[in-house]
Ligand binder design. Structure first.
Ligand code: ADP
Ligand code: MG
Length: 326
């Protein structure tokens, strides 16, 4: 996944802790092999290099994840869409970055989404309809990997565990254990803490377009794309999402970043058990906005740089994120 992971585990003794930590790492490595789109071989390479028009049948564990990603694409109005691969290429996000000509951008947009690459969970197939269309697992892979690692750790009855996979955090606590304390950083100055979360059996994912990304002719090209316009989402700050399900936190942080604070907050307001915190930069000032559910995890403004953390309303009326229960 091109990133680092830190694992802290407490089980009943040192041997049990070490072996649980190793097992969690092995789970994440297995998902890395399952989901990688950086290798010329493997199950995702088979999907992404399949002959246009020919349906492929990924192994069931992968197919379930792809079906879940497609379902999130539908529920987020395609602000999150795993079928963004052609846009990753158009902007050369895996290289040094480039700015595509308007005609190229239009062509790339035709290679994005279900008309270009179709995930069919009922049939258990993925079909590429056009050359150049491919599925990028980058928007949900870390969440999926953390979810499987959580299952591994819980099966080993660990008392406490904290996993940090490239900035997405998963906190596990047994009954009676105190929650973990996790910092939320300033979106522009990562060494400044602006908020603190208390997490117990929950995962926190943060998306922003500032930290990674490349600069082309003085223009910052962020790594989060808006599949609806074909352009990188503009930089405005960051959004942190807390959920019991790490995959949901991962997907929604990307989707809500794409939507931006106004549309995003309108859609996140009614999520009863998903916490959302928008940190919006206005020049040097930072405005913090959260939904009601986030009050459960957000403990205090950090002494580093106190930002008033208010539950705020949004001016844009919007349909809430559709909830579906599995
Ligand atoms: P981070 O890795 O910084 O947490 P995200 O979790 O938000 O970033 O995912 C960004 C990655 O997801 C990109 O590097 C790209 O591979 C992919 N991606 C970019 N835009 C989208 C999008 N709108 N929907 C789904 N995946 C995306
Ligand atoms: Mg993410």
């Amino acid at each position: 996944m091109g990133t680092l992971m830190t694992v802290s585990v407490r089980a009943h003794d040192r041997t049990a802790s070490e072996s649980a930590a190793e097992a969690a790492i092995a789970s994440v490595e297995r998902y890395d092999r399952l989901l990688t789109t950086w290798s010329a071989s493997g199950p995702m390479a088979a999907v992404n290099s399949s002959r246009p028009g020919r349906a492929v049948r990924p192994e069931s564990e992968l197919m379930v994840l792809l079906g879940e990603a497609e379902s999130w694409a539908e529920r987020t109005g395609r602000a999150f869409d795993p079928g963004v691969g052609a846009l990753v290429d158009a902007w050369n996000l895996r290289g040094t970055g480039r700015i595509p000509a308007p005609r190229e951008l239009t062509a790339a947009l035709h290679r994005v989404g279900p008309a270009a690459i179709d995930i069919d969970p009922q049939a258990g197939t993925v079909t590429r309809h056009v050359d150049g269309a491919w599925l990028d697992t980058g928007g949900f892979g870390k969440g999926a990997a953390l979810r499987t690692a959580a299952g591994t750790l819980r099966a080993r009855c660990v008392r406490r565990a904290l996993l940090d996979l490239g900035g997405q955090v998963l906190a596990i606590t047994a009954p009676g254990e105190a929650p973990w304390t996790v910092a939320v950083a300033h979106p522009a100055r990562r060494d400044t803490q602006v908020a603190t979360l208390h997490l117990a059996n929950a995962s926190a994912a943060t998306s922003g377009n500032g930290e990674r990304g490349v600069v082309v002719h003085g223009v910052r090209v962020g790594h989060i794309l808006d599949p609806r316009t074909g352009r990188p989402a503009p930089w405005w700050g960051s959004v942190t999402v807390v959920s019991a399900d790490p995959l949901e936190a991962d997907v929604l942080s990307t989707a809500l970043y794409v939507m931006g604070p106004d549309e995003g907050l309108a859609r996140a307001r009614d999520l009863p058990d998903v916490g959302v915190l928008f940190l919006v930069a206005h020049g040097d000032a930072l405005e913090a906005c959260r939904n009601e559910a986030m009050g459960r995890w957000l403990v205090e403004a950090s002494p580093d740089e106190p930002v008033p953390l208010r539950a705020c309303s949004s001016s844009t009326p919007s349909s809430p994120l559709e909830r579906r229960y599995r």
